[in-house]
Structure formats: structure tokens, C-alpha cells
Design a protein around this ligand. Structure first.
Ligand SMILES: *[C@@H]1O[C@H](CO)[C@@H](O)[C@H](O)[C@H]1NC(C)=O
Ligand SMILES: *[C@@H]1O[C@H](CO)[C@@H](O)[C@H](O)[C@H]1NC(C)=O
Ligand SMILES: *[C@@H]1O[C@H](CO)[C@@H](O)[C@H](O)[C@H]1NC(C)=O
Length: 360
């Protein structure tokens, strides 16, 4: 299912990397806590923050950065492989910052496709907010290098998008919120899809052409959902909804590719990659995939707060907290995604590799 998309992605990344002999690839990242690198720390009232121990304990420097894991996100690791530094959080940049020319990360913990997803976090950047900030970024780029060059930069950049998990976990699946009462699962998925269609079209209008959409993972198997089953099993019903959502997104992207000239939307099948790691942890050197390293599966928020006791060996756990993979798991997932890219399109590998080794 995912391989044709990945092969396509390989070609895109190879093209991006070969242009990089003159300039390094530019990436713009949109998403939620799985890809956030610190935007929420810049919002005073946001409750979706991870800027305390033990977050970042395995990151360079050992300090919390706003990443929702003990180390690197998948995006950080893919950036390493592309030979670029992981793009900085949008809200950390000064007005007119030259850094925008190299790429920006708009991802925000708690965010969803829908504006009201994660509303109990008070502040977070919804996908619409993130796109609005990208529009501002484009204006900044124009003032720096002129309209023609700005359009070219935006057309040639790669856009990584990973959003939708919170629309389920922090909206539809929350019994005290309206959406789970108002909509049937099918109606809710349709609402997400029609909203996403507008959002991707808007990004296209703003100049995005190469967009990689990461499918949602098997959310029924994350520790915070497993604890809802008496036996600690994956929630099949939730996984079924996610598979339904993913397959509709895939169709949507095919349809947009047909309608929007030069659009190259790519569906990256994260679901199967994550499920394989959860079902076969020992094949990847892990011991535990059904509970979190911090043992916070049933805690409100499910975060690894300073008063929680860490597992003895963080590299043995697929999950760091009740929602997010560990650094070790992210390394495996990024490697799998990236090597699928390279082997699916062998000519891509040499193009990417020298670029990476030159600049790391
Ligand atoms: C969501 O919020 C953004 C502003 O952040 C706004 O532009 C958009 O129209 C809103 N969407 C809906 C469906 O209310
Ligand atoms: C995880 O799986 C192991 C066996 O593989 C089992 O002993 C343990 O109880 C499970 N933990 C949870 C939280 O379900
Ligand atoms: C942690 O676990 C990994 C994988 O099982 C193992 O290779 C490593 O030696 C362990 N580290 C410690 C400090 O026990």
C-alpha cells in the first residue's frame, strides 16, 4: 500500500537533494506533538507543553526542548539524513529572521485538523493557524529575495505534514466533548477529510507542490488507548477508524494530484511501519511495546512528568509516554521510512548520501 507513495517520495527527495548541490533542501513541517520542536513553549497559556524533565533526557544537552519525547523526533532524524538541521519552531524566530529561507517547523502539540481539537489545552496552533503562519513566512521570504525567487523556493520545498491524531485522541474519543456525541465515526471522518481538502488546497495556492502526508499510526495500540481494554489489547475499533481515515486521505491525495497542476502529494504509510514495531518489538531490539517507559498510561495527560519514575532502560521501550514513541523507536521508524525511500528508488541513495555526509 505505502510503497508506491514511498517510491514517489524517494524521487521527490532525490530531486530536492540534487538541487542541493547549489542549495540545501528546504523543508516546512506541519503537525502535532509527534513533530513539534518547541512552538508551544512560546505560548504563555498553552497546557500542551513538555518543557520539563524527563523530556529531552536523551537529546543533545539532555534538556527539554519542547519535543514530546526523550530525544529526537522522526523529523529530526530525517533532517539529519537529508543533511540539514531540523527546521526551528516558527514562534522562536524573530520578525524578518533569515532562518525562514532554510525552512520552518509550525507543528504544535495538541493541534488537529479541526480548530476545536485540543481546545482544553487553551493554546495550540491548529492546522489552519499553522497554514496562516506559513502565509506570513512566504511574505517574509518575498521581502528578502523578491517575489519570483520566493515562489520558486516555495514550489521547490518539501512540505511534511503529520496531523489528525489529536482529532481522534483529543477530540472524538473524549467522552466529555461534543464531537463524539454529535457525529457518527463516518460523519466525523468525512468532516476531517473535507476540512483537510481545503487545507491542502490552500497550501497549494500558497505555492506548496511536494507535500508528504504521514498517515496516522495505529492509535488503538498506543498505551493511553490500550489501558481502556480490560486485557491491555489494542482497541480494534479505533484502529479500524484510523485505517478508514488513512485510506480516504490516500484517495484524496490521488484526486488532488489529478486536479492541481504540478501537485505531487505523497501518502507515506506510517501506520504499517508503526504497527510492525509494536507487534514485533524484539525484531528491532526492543523488549516492551504495550506500555510506556514512564508508566503513565492511565494518568491524565499521559505525560512523563517530573514525579514519574522512568523505566531502567529507555532503549528497550517503544513508547516513552502514553502517546509518544521513544527516541529509540523514532530512530527505527525514521530509518525504515528513509531506507524504504532509498531502496524503492536506488538512484536516489547516492544523490542523498553525499549531500548528507557533506553537511553533517
Ligand atoms: C479556524 O480558525 C482559522 C483561524 O485560526 C480560521 O481562518 C478558519 O476559518 C477557522 N475554521 C473554521 C471552520 O472555523
Ligand atoms: C505487556 O505484555 C506482557 C507480556 O508480553 C505482559 O506480561 C504485561 O502484563 C503487558 N503489560 C500491559 C500493561 O498490558
Ligand atoms: C539497554 O537495552 C539494550 C537493548 O536490550 C541493551 O543493548 C543495553 O545494553 C541496555 N543498557 C543497559 C545500561 O542495560
Amino acid at each position: 500500500m505505502g510503497m508506491p507513495g514511498l517510491a514517489f517520495a524517494a524521487l521527490i527527495l532525490a530531486a530536492t537533494a540534487s538541487m542541493a548541490s547549489a542549495a540545501l533542501p528546504v523543508t516546512f513541517v506541519f503537525g502535532d506533538s509527534l513533530t513539534e520542536v518547541g512552538n508551544n513553549n512560546h505560548m504563555q497559556y498553552s497546557l500542551a507543553k513538555s518543557n520539563y524533565p524527563w523530556y529531552g533526557i536523551d537529546y543533545a544537552g539532555g534538556q527539554a526542548t519542547g519535543r514530546f519525547t526523550n530525544g529526537r523526533t522522526i523529523g529530526d532524524i530525517i533532517s539529519e539524513k537529508l543533511g540539514i538541521s531540523s527546521p526551528p519552531p516558527y514562534l522562536s524566530l524573530s520578525q524578518n529572521d533569515d532562518a525562514v529561507l532554510k525552512g520552518v517547523n509550525y507543528a504544535s502539540g495538541g493541534a488537529g485538523i479541526l480548530n476545536d481539537t485540543g481546545l482544553y489545552f487553551i493554546q495550540r496552533l491548529s492546522f489552519d493557524d499553522q497554514i496562516n503562519y506559513f502565509a506570513k513566512t512566504k511574505e517574509t521570504i518575498k521581502t528578502k529575495i523578491g517575489e519570483v525567487a520566493a515562489n520558486k523556493l516555495c514550489n521547490e520545498a518539501t512540505y511534511f505534514i503529520g496531523i489528525g491524531s489529536n482529532d481522534y485522541v483529543n477530540n472524538f474519543l473524549q467522552p466529555f466533548l461534543a464531537d463524539g456525541q454529535v457525529y457518527t465515526p463516518d460523519e466525523f471522518t468525512e468532516l476531517l477529510l473535507s476540512t483537510l481538502e481545503h487545507q491542502l488546497s490552500r497550501l497549494y495556492q500558497l505555492g506548496a507542490r511536494k507535500m508528504v502526508f504521514h498517515s496516522l499510526g495505529p492509535l488503538g495500540c498506543i498505551p493511553s488507548q490500550r489501558v481502556k481494554s480490560r486485557t491491555g489489547q489494542c482497541l480494534k475499533r479505533v484502529n479500524q477508524w484510523i485505517l478508514e481515515f488513512n485510506s480516504k486521505v490516500k484517495n484524496l491525495m490521488a484526486s488532488l494530484n489529478g486536479r492541481l497542476p504540478n501537485a505531487k502529494l505523497i501518502f507515506a504509510d506510517t501506520y504499517s511501519v508503526v504497527l510492525d514495531l509494536i507487534e514485533n518489538p524484539s525484531a528491532y531490539g526492543f523488549k516492551v511495546s504495550n506500555t510506556s517507559c514512564c508508566n503513565v498510561d492511565s494518568n491524565i495527560g499521559g505525560l512523563c512528568l517530573p514525579n514519574t519514575k522512568l523505566c531502567n532502560n529507555r532503549t528497550e521501550y517503544v513508547f516513552w509516554d502514553a502517546f509518544h514513541p521513544s527516541d529509540a523507536a523514532n530512530a527505527v521508524l525514521a530509518e525504515k521510512l528513509f531506507s524504504a525511500l532509498s531502496s524503492a528508488a536506488p538512484s536516489a541513495a547516492p544523490t542523498i548520501a553525499p549531500t548528507a555526509s557533506e553537511s553533517v
